[in-house]
Design a binder for this molecule. Sequence first.
Ligand code: CTP
Length: 397
Amino acid sequence: MLANKHILLIVGGGVAAFKSLDLLRRLREQGVQVTPVLTKAGAEFVTPLSLSALAASKVYQDLFDLTDEAEMGHIELSRAADLIVVAPATADLMAKMAQGLANDLASTLLLATDKPVLVAPSMNVRMWEHPATQRNLATLKKDGIFVVGPDDGAMACGEFGPGRLAETPDIIAAIDRVLGDGPLKGKHILVTSGPTHEPIDPVRYIANRSSGAQGTAIAQALAALGADVTFVTGPADVPPPAGVRVLPVTTAKQMLDAVLDAPPADAAVFAAAVADWHVANAGDSKIKKDKAGLPRLEFAENPDILATISQLGAGRPALVVGFAAETDDVIANATAKRLRKGCDWIVANDVSPSTGIMGGTENDVTLITDSGAEDWPRMSKYETAKELAQRIAKAIT
Ligand code: CTP
């Protein structure tokens, strides 16, 4: 499947750099053309000669190497490949990428590219767990960078924990996912997820219960089928999936704005548990208890994001999927909701506390379309997401 693909492999500095030689060899075995780029620190661990011998290609090392510029400018080099893989990606390289620095060949290529980028981090566990690295990781994911690993385990530095470079087969599987010809390749799909928080004052808010687990699983399953996913998420409990464009929001109004600002989508899945109301008299200062009487909150209705998008004229996604979280008369309520909102499908679920679905790992849904209600077996949220992603692929391709 990877045969004839072209990968630019950036080898950063780190004990795991030697594993990039194995990665390179396995990629070559699959017929992949690999152009190696070796950072200054990387060259302390592997030699340019071993990389060029295995790749049967020139190794690029220096931004100011005029011969390289004459042969191939750095902009061209960054775009000639189908994918850029950074393995190992050091804390320093990740920081440069997150900041948009371009002070050596590797960071310049990463800033100049218009191709997908996959990073395989590798570093000491303390460096990995440092808030700065975690912040950079979050930024990279938000920018749509794909991440594989790191793995947990014993490290060359004698410590134990996350920080080991992912194993070669896992890196190749991740490359496959990014470059693979999934049925949703080239399709842009928007997913909303998580709750929204509506402020009462600067320290208090009202919200719906939602962990974001089902929406996250849907985004992940769509990305696994090759979709380009924009993931608009309220403050969820679970982290966003890798390899999707993450737009974090807090309120329903911000969620609507993010959805309307996103590029036109081929399909949209509204899995967010949007608060129906916001506090119209929310203030900028904290409501004090000692004021006379209990506070009076005035509510105003939030925009209905699903209905707004379903009823868009031009620019409406070809397929709009809503959710219906119900506790009574699930099918009747969800069927009416589909018509009222104007969406194509509704994924209905019974969120009564006795079902254990809210906050749990499983879901038990009924898919409601214009041809009726189809009951799906109870299964994990990821299995539900995979089934939905496959249905979406069939409907829009
Ligand atoms: N939804 C939305 N914007 C809102 C409210 C809901 O986009 N302001 C979307 C949800 O993401 C979901 C669907 O509408 O896909 C149904 O949400 P649900 O809470 O079940 O329905 P409500 O519209 O809130 O209707 P009701 O409270 O009457 O059940």
